[in-house]
Unconditional design. Structure first.
Length: 317
């Protein structure tokens, strides 16, 4: 997977190499290029949630899916798609904005490092690779969808990776959600857990508002970050998504447009850097020499076949 960046940022990445690790900046999702980022995914999934619920609940009622829950939990009044706060918000959209604003202000939304399946692609150079004066870092990243299948055939969502030698990123979808989509499978697992917890609360006459709120947020924390507007489909993006454990983890920087960018530091072993594509507007030989010299200063060396020249004919701007 390829991470496009400017030469200036790349040199800062090299300067930050320590103990054999590259430090990437995982940016707050609300600082991405799409101003509707996260909201678009949130709204798309909430609009589709009733269809997922109908399909899942009908399979339980018909016996196609066996789940030991109180039948009252299947009543329409307990559905997550109907649980938005109608007392304090006049529309679902108003409620969505309030939910996301609260998540954003507390940094409970994702921080993202973006990769592309495209190795040498002009739109990526233009948008992210310093307008051609940059590099694309080829990182050994394993892209996968939001679930995996375990040995028993059950689909499980992984929130953490215990294998430090493997980096896993999540593939982005572009307005293509269906009942067969991996994200739908993940939501079904969360609905299963929700119905089991809801049954216990109904039996004990306990309030359910907090359970519904937490379930919706948990479902959408990550999955909303994996649904993007189809106009960005050319990026073929996969995302390394992280969440903070403390506000102390959040740092700030100013980008080229003088915008404040909250970010967290994400460390990846230098051994995962397998290719370095030098942008179409760079002088390949001099840039390669500069990078190799800087790496030598850091006590690192890479064989020549790591360095690749962009094959794109692009006028030096």
């Amino acid at each position: 997977m390829y991470h496009y960046t400017s030469l200036d940022t790349f040199m800062k990445i090299l300067d930050g190499i320590k103990d054999g690790y590259i430090t990437f900046h995982g940016s707050d999702i609300f600082t991405m290029n799409d101003p509707t980022e996260f909201y678009h995914g949130y709204k798309t999934l909430l609009d589709f949630l009733p269809q997922i619920e109908n399909d899942f609940y009908n399979k339980i009622k018909s016996g196609q899916f066996v789940l030991d829950v109180d039948t009252r939990a299947l009543d329409d009044k307990y559905r997550l798609s109907e649980s938005w706060d109608k007392d304090n918000y006049s529309t679902e959209q108003e409620w969505i904005y309030a939910q996301i604003k609260e998540l954003h202000e507390s940094y409970k939304t994702p921080f993202v490092v973006s990769f592309s399946c495209q190795r040498d692609f002009l739109p990526m150079w233009s948008t992210y690779g310093g307008k051609g004066h940059g590099v694309a870092l080829g990182i050994d990243v394993q892209p996968y969808y939001i679930f995996k299948t375990d040995k028993n055939g059950e689909m499980i969502f992984e929130t953490r990776n215990d294998n430090e030698n493997e980096i896993k990123s999540l593939l982005v979808s572009y307005d293509t959600i269906s009942l067969q989509h991996p994200i739908t499978s993940y939501i079904r697992l969360e609905l299963k857990s929700y119905l089991q917890k809801l049954s216990r609360k109904i039996n004990n006459n306990e309030p359910i508002n907090e359970l519904q709120r937490n379930t919706i947020n948990y479902i959408l924390y990550i999955s909303s970050a994996l649904i993007k507007n189809k106009v960005y489909s050319y990026e073929e993006e996969s995302r390394l998504i992280m969440f903070i454990s403390s506000l102390k983890d959040v740092h700030y920087k100013i980008n080229g447009t003088q915008k404040v960018i909250p970010y967290i530091q994400i460390k990846i072993s230098i051994e995962k850097l397998k290719k370095l594509v030098i942008g179409p507007c760079c002088d390949f030989e001099s840039t390669k020499l500069m990078v190799k010299t800087r790496l030598k200063q850091l006590g690192l060396s890479f064989p020549d076949d790591v360095f690749l020249k962009s094959n794109i004919p692009y006028r030096n701007m």
